[in-house]
Design a protein around this ligand. Structure first.
Ligand code: SF4
Length: 892
């Protein structure tokens, strides 16, 4: 790029030759009006309001598309320019309703602002106003085409950033309007209700629906982190009268102004009338309101008496991937330093325990190796076992943005998910065959000499063992196991191996198997074989499900790991924490979730404390979970709603939601970001960290914290990866760990030059079948997963009216051939049974799934798929096999 000299409004300026006039003017803080410009998109020149005068040019030029040139002399507010802008504004309001008195956009409408600035009050012709009917068919926003100024920004955001392509600009001139194709209405379009078009609209044509009336100048904006999935999107909560009345995306890393439907519109759970507001204690079989003192006294006396009578290991705790880092840190500290047990686990066990175990073994660190923002520059993206556009929608959008830039895509999934439609190679594999597929791809790569030989020699050990095992995995043999074409395996292998920068994304389709750790190791083997780890825009990227599942692991809410994955079996680590916490610690390995549930059943575990988890919906074999929980002497549940699990508790504690407290979440890309208190909690609700601190104190451990930032300071002192992180440093933007010192800028991609374990390791593994396969009695494979419109056990999304209208109930996806065989039609009520339980649901016939394979979302408590799933677990990571079990179907 050359440096050029330009003059803007008499000011001399040196600028980069890649800039437009608009961008150059911004450097001088000169404000050129624009409707259609969006810094995330290439200049479009549609609205023309940004026109400027350039000396020597025959006509005015749009500043957003005109590049600067050497010696250019620019006038941004000359008489001619202002006259032209006035004419443009007059034409815009000619047909625009002048209803600013009642328009919700008042105060944040660019048309209103510019008309004020340029003294425009009406159109020149007093002509006809548009009379489009308002499209309010979408649950979350409405489209009023009478207010559209045809800037096209919403359409470009939908097409080029969100990459859904739900809306377009139709007709010309007076008839120009935005909408779904063929005017089918937004409800029937492919719109995913992300609201990113709404956020882009500069006028009141696309507006969120809201029960509360507010305008921008009425609200306080509080920047925070989304409390749903692990992407960690940044957003502003709009607060009026101590109530969250709206959400807007923040145009910063990692989401760059995008959100999904949950982050953008699913906030009404915060002040939902069903929120728990006081502690509850079970008396005569019924949960009744109690004071905090009564609840604390009962909990501490039960903990102390159980410890005295049965030992500390009769007590166990489930921490929460939904709570903050500070709360997770205190939870494990309460259990280890105060109660004296390592029986602490959380739902990472159910989603990514195999990632932590697998990647820690092969690479030395069990986390996403690369940053989300690097995705856009990958040459090839391999998505395996992840329905990314539904489970991590903003990362899904980033993948699609990369495709628009020319990246190639490989998808391996049992269902023809949305990304499969854009894939260069789609491998519709039988559930549970990931290891075979990955071995087959590696076989081809070695056979054709495509492996990264120098990289392997220098940086990886164990190649001989891998090569030996892979010999058997010919594409033909693997194709039979996976149910795909051998040529597609070869194409995928070549595409991945030949890419200069190939990134691999996976989620629970890889991890939730009885061979989940082997599946994870296989992804790492493939990436190492092609030299794709330790480079920008490459890597192995496990997509963590919940908002803070990465943080809860980092904080040591695992039975064998202290904060920072320091092992309880390592005497030095134990001594370090004994010094830091001034206590003697247990070195006995704690219990995992499946072991805690089995322990409750056998009587080994007497007391269970569950913070922000709902195993009565989320855990496999719910009948067994219910049976076990009922056998406990004492169950404490701390949550924001009376969940299915809380209904079984002896004590229920009302906790604050993310909008009612301060703290940090660590996103899937290892980014530690602030959660800020936007509203005061209602009723007797307390933040989880306060509850845990008060319990610690009442149990004799006298340590207090005035604010979560003080807890983070303590974390930084004991967890080396967080050594340089403090609340002060992450006010503007989060930091990605490892961030060991106060002047460290964080780490976007791991293993640059050196792996965390020194040399990386090929862990050669053989494919093994899933634990339970179809037979005569249970002839179909059931696989489970998430959908876009709900989150985990629906504790929060189940309270959102719009989401419940779009996705009201459970269903069973079935291929037309399977339905024909069973003589079932769409919407037929059926009973689905496995060896562990049965549920009632409705058939949804679709060709996105293969014959004899069925899919159910696991969110719905009323017909919870986890009554059916197999609790058998991976022997290394103890993660249950949610993704494959055998079922039968009957009409109900
Ligand atoms: Fe929230 Fe995830 Fe959606 Fe972002 S992608 S808005 S983090 S749910």
């Amino acid at each position: 790029m050359k440096e050029l000299n330009v003059v803007i409004n008499g000011n001399e300026l040196k600028v980069n030759s890649s800039l437009t006039i608009l961008q150059a003017a911004e450097k001088l803080n000169i404000d050129i009006p624009t409707f259609c410009n969006d810094k995330r998109l290439i200049g479009h020149g549609a609205c023309r309001i940004c026109v400027c005068e350039v000396a020597g040019a025959r006509s005015l030029v749009p500043a957003c598309t005109a590049p600067v040139a050497e010696g250019m002399v620019i006038y941004t507010h000359s008489e001619t320019v202002i006259k032209t802008r006035k004419e443009i504004l007059e034409l815009m309001i000619e047909n625009h309703p002048l209803d600013c008195l009642t328009c919700t956009k008042t105060g944040s409408c660019k048309l209103q602002d510019y008309c004020y600035e340029y003294d425009i009050t009406e159109g020149p012709f007093h002509g006809e106003k548009k009379k489009y009917p308002i499209d309010d068919t979408n649950e979350f926003y409405y489209a009023d085409q009478n207010k559209c100024i045809s800037c096209g920004k919403c359409v470009r955001v939908c097409n080029e950033l969100q990459c859904t392509g739900a809306i377009g600009q139709y007709e010309r001139g007076f008839e120009t309007h935005v909408g779904a194709p063929f005017d089918i209405g937004l409800k029937d379009s492919i719109c995913v209700s992300c609201g990113n078009c709404v956020a882009a609209c500069p006028v009141g044509a696309l507006m969120p629906k809201s029960k509360e009336k507010f305008r921008q100048f009425d609200v306080k904006k509080v920047r925070t982190t989304c409390a749903y999935c692990g992407v960690g999107c940044q957003m502003d909560l709009l607060v009026k009268n101590n109530k969250v009345v709206g959400v807007e995306p923040a145009d910063v890393i990692p989401n760059d102004g995008l959100l999904c439907v949950k982050g953008r519109f699913a906030y009404k759970f915060i002040d939902h009338p069903d929120r728990l507001k006081t502690p509850l204690i079970r008396k005569n079989g019924v949960l009744v309101e109690a004071t905090w003192d009564e609840a604390y006294d009962l909990i501490t006396s039960k903990m102390i008496s159980t410890k005295e009578n049965f030992g500390a290991n009769a007590i166990a705790g489930l921490s929460s991937a939904r709570c903050t880092n500070e709360e997770n840190y205190l939870f494990q500290k309460l259990f280890r330093a105060v109660i004296g047990t390592n029986n602490i686990d959380h739902c990472a066990r159910l989603c990514h325990a195999s990632t932590v175990a697998g990647l820690a073994t092969t690479l030395g660190s069990g986390a996403m190796t690369n940053g989300i923002h690097e995705t856009i520059n990958s040459d090839v993206i391999f998505v395996i076992g992840s329905n990314t556009t539904e489970t991590h929608p903003v990362i899904g959008a980033k993948i699609k943005q990369a495709l628009l830039k020319g990246a190639k895509l490989i998808v391996a999934e049992p269902r023809k998910i949305e990304l499969a439609k854009s894939a260069d190679v789609f491998l519709q594999i039988t559930p549970g065959t990931n290891v075979a597929l990955l071995n087959g791809m590696m076989h081809v790569i070695i056979e054709e000499g495509l492996q990264a030989k120098e990289y392997i020699d220098e940086r990886v050990e164990g190649y001989e063992g891998l090569e030996k095992i892979l010999k058997d995995y010919t594409p033909e043999k693997v194709a039979l196991i996976c149910g795909v074409d051998p040529e597609d395996i070869k194409r995928a292998a070549r595409l991945y191996a030949n890419a200069p920068k190939a990134s691999l994304f996976y989620a629970m389709g890889v991890t939730q198997h009885s061979t989940g750790t082997y599946g994870v190791m296989s992804t790492s083997n493939l990436a190492l074989l092609c030299g794709n780890i330790g480079i920008e825009s490459g890597g192995v990227n496990p997509l963590r499900g919940q908002n803070n599942v990465q943080g809860a692991c980092d904080m040591g809410c695992l039975p064998g790991d202290l904060p920072g994955y320091q092992k309880i079996l390592n005497p030095e680590a134990i001594q370090k924490f004994e010094r830091a916490w001034d206590v003697k610690l247990s070195t006995k390995m704690g219990l995992t979730i499946p072991e805690i549930i089995n322990g409750a059943d056998s009587g080994e575990v007497k007391v269970l404390y569950i913070m922000g988890e709902n195993p009565m919906v989320s855990d496999p074999d719910i009948n067994h979970v219910k049976h076990a929980l009922k056998k406990l002497d004492f169950l404490v549940v701390q949550d924001i709603f009376l969940t299915e699990t809380a209904e079984l508790a002896d004590v229920v504690l009302p906790a604050a939601s993310f909008a009612e407290k301060d703290g940090t979440f660590t996103s899937t890309e290892r980014r530690v970001q602030l959660v800020r208190k936007a509203v005061s909690p209602i009723g007797e609700i307390k933040a989880d960290w306060t509850i845990l601190m008060e319990l610690m104190n009442r149990m004799g451990y006298k340590k207090t914290y005035a604010h979560p930032s003080e807890i983070m300071d303590e974390i930084a002192g004991v967890n080396p990866a967080y050594g340089g992180i403090s609340f002060d440093r992450i006010q503007e933007e989060g930091l990605q760990w490892p961030c060991p010192t106060k002047d460290h800028l964080g780490t976007s991609y791991l293993h640059k030059g050196k792996f965390a374990r020194g040399k990386a390791l090929f862990m050669a593994v053989d494919y093994a079948k899933s634990a339970e396969l179809p037979d005569e009695d249970y002839p179909f494979i059931l696989t489970t997963g998430r959908i876009l419109y709900h989150y985990h056990t629906r504790t929060m999304t189940g309270k959102i009216e719009g989401l419940n209208k779009i996705a009201p109930e459970s269903y069973l996806e079935m291929n037309p051939a399977t339905a024909n065989k069973l003589k079932l039609e769409d919407e037929t009520h059926v009973k689905v049974s496995s060896r562990r339980g049965e549920v009632l649901t409705k058939v949804r016939i679709t060709d996105i799934i293969e014959e004899n394979v069925l899919f159910m979302p696991f969110h719905f408590a009323e017909s919870a798929a986890n009554y059916l799933t197999n609790p058998v677990f991976d022997p290394i990571a103890k993660i249950p096999e949610f993704k494959v079990c055998a079922v039968k179907i009957e009409r109900s």
